[in-house]
Design a protein around this ligand. Structure first.
Ligand SMILES: *[C@@H]1O[C@H](CO)[C@@H](O)[C@H](O)[C@H]1NC(C)=O
Ligand SMILES: *[C@@H]1O[C@H](CO)[C@@H](O)[C@H](O)[C@H]1NC(C)=O
Ligand SMILES: *[C@@H]1O[C@H](CO)[C@@H](O)[C@H](O)[C@H]1NC(C)=O
Ligand SMILES: *[C@@H]1O[C@H](CO)[C@@H](O)[C@H](O)[C@H]1NC(C)=O
Ligand SMILES: *[C@@H]1O[C@H](CO)[C@@H](O)[C@H](O)[C@H]1NC(C)=O
Ligand SMILES: *[C@@H]1O[C@H](CO)[C@@H](O)[C@H](O)[C@H]1NC(C)=O
Length: 424
């Protein structure tokens, strides 16, 4: 036993990490970066592993005076955090360009005249304004994969962009205009972040978004949308629409999005939604907290985490959530958050037959009709192992052995969501 402990600990640690990632379905940029992206990955590893590179590369190939080009990672140029007001001249061999946290207002074609090999440009946290971007300056980078323009003063979706682009970060700008052809040709885009902008329904008319046939993640949170964005590509797996003003979802809206894994729609105005609107076979995380929902709805089989806090629900009808129980294919729900609703009592215990993997129902405070707050106790069910994949079933305690381990509601019972708040 003794000698194997360190390995166990190590494995345990690794196991936890994997487990956490699995549980949270982290859909921020970092997660995507782990996907095979050969050229880019290789270079990153190269940078970490090789202690010495081609010596004095910067003297032979050049490095802008204002910047730093590491000898062991000669294709990168670091010019971040330097109070720069203009973009320095970019040498031909540079592939990764870091210009974040400066005071750059304009993107001038001249600075990039020799830079034809760029794969990644980070211009986040600057003062770039749309009219000061030279027309076509980005489009000529035919190898560009990633473009960071978040935290700037853009008023317009940049156009034209290179067709090679895979990840585009435009969050925290003031974008309220989109050229009709802006999205055309972005066929390789997998991630588009437009959170914290001034987007309105009228900008997303037609099927313009459908053209991004490989899009997996679309972030439209904190905008001014009043209805669901039309014509989303069927490749989509992660959709964020948090903090808009969306009040309804069309009947068959999600039929064209069979791959959807996670949907975040908290802080909207959802009220009456079709009871089976979220019947999506791949949906794992659903957040519709902070809306005006009055009723529960059908819970799809693979859903694991459901956030319903701050709604107007008076009663959770388990029959609606789970019309039939199939013993061999039970539902996968593990976590349910329902605080700040109008529940008068805990959900019928029938819910545990339908959702045998459930381990936490967070009730917290409930608003009663006369405006008072009622505290309902959080129900935490301990299992030997919380994994909800099918293999773990044989390790779980038998159904009858659930420990009814109740805890007060004051604690922080949002173990999954908090970790992924920062996913921009
Ligand atoms: C571009 O490359 C040419 C030839 O190497 C060089 O003379 C010129 O200064 C470079 N221009 C910029 C803006 O870096
Ligand atoms: C780009 O800059 C942002 C800071 O705004 C930083 O969070 C991000 O990691 C940078 N990206 C890369 C790939 O360096
Ligand atoms: C899109 O990606 C594919 C596969 O990675 C690549 O072969 C193709 O050249 C890319 N298209 C463009 C326009 O860069
Ligand atoms: C939602 O957006 C409004 C501005 O439109 C902002 O004031 C508010 O803080 C945002 N709420 C959340 C929860 O992000
Ligand atoms: C959910 O969708 C499946 C097919 O994807 C269908 O068989 C089932 O009847 C639907 N359930 C509800 C409650 O709409
Ligand atoms: C739950 O909903 C079903 C179907 O809408 C309905 O027949 C039943 O009366 C409801 N049960 C309760 C307790 O409200």
């Amino acid at each position: 036993m003794g000698f194997s402990s360190p390995v166990c600990v190590l494995f345990f640690f690794f196991g936890i990490k994997v487990y956490c990632q699995y549980e949270t379905y982290q859909w921020d940029e970092d997660n995507y970066d782990q996907e095979p992206d050969d050229d880019y990955q290789t270079e990153l590893q190269f940078r970490q592993n090789i202690e010495y590179g081609v010596p004095f590369h910067q003297y032979t190939l050049g490095c802008a005076r204002e910047c730093f080009c590491p000898t062991n990672f000669p294709s990168s140029m670091y010019c971040d955090n330097r109070k720069l007001k203009t973009i320095p001249n970019i040498p031909m061999h540079i592939q990764q360009l870091y210009l974040q946290f400066n005071e750059i207002e304009a993107i001038t074609a001249n600075s990039f005249i020799n830079a034809t090999h760029l794969k990644e440009i980070n211009l986040s946290h600057n003062k770039i304004k749309s009219p000061k971007i030279d027309y076509g300056v980005f489009a000529k980078f035919s190898n560009l994969l990633q473009l960071h323009l978040e935290h700037n003063n853009l008023e317009e979706f940049p156009f034209p962009l290179p067709k090679s682009l895979e990840r585009l970060h435009l969050g925290y700008n003031e974008i309220s205009r989109l050229h009709t052809n802006a999205i055309d040709g972005l066929v390789n885009l997998t991630m588009l972040d437009l959170c914290y902008n001034h987007l309105q329904d009228s900008m997303l008319k037609g099927e313009i978004l459908a053209k991004m046939e490989k899009l997996m993640q679309l972030n439209l949170c904190n905008n001014r949308l009043e209805s669901m964005p039309p014509g989303l590509p069927s490749s989509l797996m992660y959709l964020s629409l948090e903090n808009n003003s969306i009040s309804s979802i069309p009947e068959k809206y999600f039929e064209k999005l069979p791959k959807l894994h996670a949907l975040r729609m908290s802080h909207n105005k959802l009220q009456d939604i079709p009871y089976n609107i979220f019947n999506l076979s791949n949906l794992i995380e659903l957040n519709v907290g902070h809306n005006k929902l009055k009723q529960a709805f059908y819970i799809p089989r693979n859903l694991e985490h459901l956030y319903l806090e701050n709604n107007e629900i008076e009663k959770m009808n388990v029959t609606v959530m789970c019309p039939s129980i199939e013993l061999l294919h039970h539902h996968h729900l593990t976590y349910l958050r329902v605080d700040q609703n109008k529940l008068k009592e805990p959900i019928s215990s029938y819910i545990f037959f339908c959702f045998p993997h459930i381990h936490t129902i967070y009730y917290g405070e409930q608003r009663s009709l006369n405006g008072q707050m009622i505290q309902l106790k959080t129900q935490v069910y301990r299992r030997f192992q919380d994994d909800d994949d099918d293999d773990s079933d044989e390790h779980s305690e038998p159904e009858g052995a659930h420990e009814d381990h109740e805890q007060g509601g004051e604690g922080q019972f949002d173990p999954y969501y908090d970790e992924v708040q920062e996913w921009r």
